[in-house]
Design a protein around this ligand. Sequence first.
Ligand SMILES: NC(=O)c1ccc[n+]([C@@H]2O[C@H](COP(=O)([O-])OP(=O)(O)OC[C@H]3O[C@@H](n4cnc5c(N)ncnc54)[C@H](O)[C@@H]3O)[C@@H](O)[C@H]2O)c1
Length: 356
Amino acid sequence: MTTTRSAATEPATSEPITVPPFAVISGAQVQHALLERENQIVELVEATYRLHSAGESVNPPSCFLRFPDRPSCRIIALPASIGGQVRVDGLKWISSFPENVAAGIPRASAVLILNDHDTGYPFACLESSIISATRTAALAASAADWLSRGRRRPRRVGFFAVGLIARYIHTFLAATGWSFDEIGVHDLSADSATGFRGYLERLGTASRIAVHDRAEQLIRSGDLVVFATVAGQPHVSDLSWFAHNPLVLHVSLRDLAPEIVLASTNIVDDIEHCLKAGTSPHLAEQLTGNRDFLHGTLDDVMAGRVRVPAERPVVFSPFGLGVLDLAVGKYVYDEVVRSGELHVVDDYFHELLRYG
Ligand SMILES: NC(=O)c1ccc[n+]([C@@H]2O[C@H](COP(=O)([O-])OP(=O)(O)OC[C@H]3O[C@@H](n4cnc5c(N)ncnc54)[C@H](O)[C@@H]3O)[C@@H](O)[C@H]2O)c1
């Protein structure tokens, strides 16, 4: 492997078309490129999301690989293409193996492939669990901001399950100006709850930390509730727990029974994506036979087309869009190129002469 600048970031205009060099970007490089850039990343993710909503992306349905012998596991392929100034295509390939956590390694692992706009050649492979958590947390922080406009800004956040995604969402909320009187924590695993509490204490948070054994306590005590479980089926069905009309970031997508969905204002990132794969909104659609319970997308709210009433719970269900991974991945790639630390794999593409 050598370290070099890449041709893939040079303007494409009058350059002859050539095979780009192929680079590998490690998790350490990804993390370094994203460190303390939360506000910039929220802007990037919001801009990419708006581009997507305006139809300036290609983002086919995610493809789920599931296994009869390992029903709790899956690997998802998210292909995507961004036009405009960014001009990059690619694929996120992300595994979820929940039992990993008991063995002391993260549930999710991922790669992101970036493909060159002009030749289609893949030009980079990036460690992508960090990119995925980052884009998820950035959109969640953005949604918390947009969806709490016009209602009392939440002062008590409750994290319903506290793995890696909850930690990233907390980081993005804190970095984008949120502060809380109380941070509630609930997890089926006492180790996870203790670990998250320890993380908050090491940060020196000024918020009171409350660990709740019961799900009901967590929900009732939060005006912002973040679901980040690995539940495959709804496990929260008591509407009275939501009587205080919280803002719910339903990041794990499958926690709420359809009855809760139907009694709430529902905002999604993308309607066609979100009403698939057994998400709670998908179950609500199957139950009612229609989509009347959907109030709109986050883009509708950002553009002022949809108003979020204060007198019902608000549930934001983000399916997660490959274009956002692609945008954050390209940002990381450009940062690594700029730093002169791009590790190119020499001779990666090797059969280049048509007739030998
Ligand atoms: N919507 C998106 O764009 C998006 C993106 C990334 C991840 N996610 C989802 O976020 C979720 C969390 O991911 P992670 O990497 O933090 O997982 P993780 O394995 O690190 O943590 C999950 C935690 O959930 C807890 N948990 C599981 N079921 C629970 C329940 N019923 N009640 C309370 N706690 C429970 C576990 O004990 C664990 O601590 C996953 O479902 C993942 O698919 C969504």
